[in-house]
Design a binder for this molecule. Structure first.
Ligand SMILES: *Cc1c(COP(=O)(O)O)cnc(C)c1O
Length: 434
């Protein structure tokens, strides 16, 4: 299968976006096309341009676009006049999801969590987690980490590191400190030990935290990866200092790192876990906050939301769990592809004296410059490969291919990427682009 060259002329139809849509849009700027349909790992524009999707909705489309089994489950449900919206009423679709999640995900992993359906975005799941931790501990302060990303609403934004995003708040973002993540000061500094020391010192000025909020792999923050030892230390520190451990698994969860939860091979059991992005399996909005039953100290309606009963998402999430998660076969495939991806990125890194980031199918190439990363992604887009950047300076080219991608298409996409990286370092290209 070959990837078709894209027409580069500007499409007059895009004028509507300049005229009507807010300046706040971002991804659309680096991909100025109008997309019409999508199937599997492919997106199509109105001129029949075809794009291999290595962004996958920032890991929202782990099972690709419009997976036939998920699509059929949803079509059947709608055709039978299944309930669409139900506030938080009991519905058959919700019960199916809860049963399936309990049986296929929690029980086999020996996890005992209660499920809270929040509003359907990731940031809402994080807000709920923070509120709950503060309510239970009676403490206000939260420890988050450098380069962490947790969402755009004020509580979650306060835990987010990126200055550009924080600036949008318009008010002080407080009650959170951003402690150095694993590796922040290089491989020889144990930042978990630093945190422990500061929390143990009554004169360090660091308030006792309600929670420690962490990503195991920092999705937006540059694919920095915490080591299992570091994560175990953080879990231990949380316990000893009376804080709840929240793992934000919104991007790294749902199979991206090679297991359903990104922490399950690490040997920690968080008190609270947030999930969203690929949870519905089909790109429908759906978020979940999980916590140990004894932490379920909410009063009815204390955290609320109109769209907590997204039944269409329950239906596709259940179909996803049944189809992909009833055996280990899918994860074996993901691990194998993840290893291949790692090897290919290592090779690119070696060729240009760069380094790689991430783990599983959540990896990237640190090209040390946002400008070079952008050259790579824009040339890739012209060649029919959708790929984005991550990191404090957008310096990491991030591969988030759907987990279901056929091996030969993964090879083809990485061939294109390799070529784009090579071109970005050719002197002629550098001069022309500058
Ligand atoms: C995307 C993301 C969020 C926010 O999710 P939204 O649905 O955009 O609100 C929070 N945490 C992590 C780790 C994410 O990747």
């Amino acid at each position: 299968m070959t990837i078709q060259p894209r027409p580069t002329r500007t499409i007059p139809k895009l004028a509507i976006y300049d005229r009507m849509e807010s300046q706040v849009r971002s991804y659309a700027r680096s991909m100025p096309r109008q997309f019409t349909r999508a199937e599997g790992v492919w997106m199509y524009d109105e001129n029949d341009g075809r794009y291999l999707d290595f962004l996958a909705g920032c890991s929202t489309l782990n099972y690709g676009h419009n997976h036939p089994i998920l699509k059929q489950a949803l079509l059947d449900y709608i055709s039978a006049d299944g309930i669409t919206h139900s506030l938080d009423l009991h519905t058959e679709a919700k019960a199916d999801f809860l049963h399936t999640f309990e049986t296929l995900i929690l029980k086999p992993r020996n996890l005992d969590y209660r499920a809270m359906f929040t509003g359907p975005t990731g940031t809402n799941a994080v807000e709920a987690a923070l509120k709950l931790a503060r309510k239970i501990t009676g403490r206000q302060h939260v420890v988050a980490f450098t380069n962490g990303f947790h969402g755009m609403t004020l509580g979650a934004l306060a835990c987010t590191g990126n200055a550009g995003k924080r600036g949008g708040a318009g008010i002080p973002l407080n009650h959170v400190s951003h402690e150095p993540y694993d590796g922040y000061y290089g491989p020889d500094v144990d930042t978990a030990q630093m945190l422990d020391q500061r929390l143990s010192d009554p004169s360090s000025g660091l308030d006792a935290p309600a929670a420690i909020l962490v990503e195991t792999v920092q999705g937006e923050g540059g694919l920095n990866t915490a080591s299992p030892e570091w994560l175990r230390s953080i879990a231990d520190i949380a316990k000893r200092h009376g804080a709840l451990l929240i793992v934000d698994d919104i991007q790294a969860g749902c199979g991206r790192t090679g297991s359903f939860f990104s922490f399950e091979d690490v040997g920690i059991v968080p008190d609270i876990v947030t999930l969203a992005k690929s949870l519905s399996g089909m790109g429908l909005p759906f978020a979940l906050t999980l916590f140990h039953p004894e932490l379920d100290q909410w009063s009815p309606g204390e955290h609320n939301g109109t769209f907590r009963g997204n039944n269409h998402a329950f239906v596709t999430a259940t179909a996803t769990l049944r189809h992909f998660w009833s055996s280990d076969a899918f994860m074996e495939d993901v691990k194998r592809r993840g290893n291949y991806l790692g090897k290919r990125l290592e090779k690119m890194a070696e060729a240009h004296d760069l380094s790689t980031r991430g783990r599983g199918m959540m990896r990237g190439l640190d090209v040390k410059s946002g400008k070079i990363a952008q050259r790579i992604t824009s040339v890739a887009f012209e060649r029919g490969l959708i790929i984005e950047t991550s990191g404090a300076h957008d310096e990491v080219v991030k591969v988030l291919a759907p987990l279901v991608i056929d091996d030969d298409l993964l090879v083809q996409g990485l061939d294109i990427l390799e070529d784009c990286v090579r071109r970005a370092y050719e002197p002629a290209f550098v001069v022309a682009a500058d």
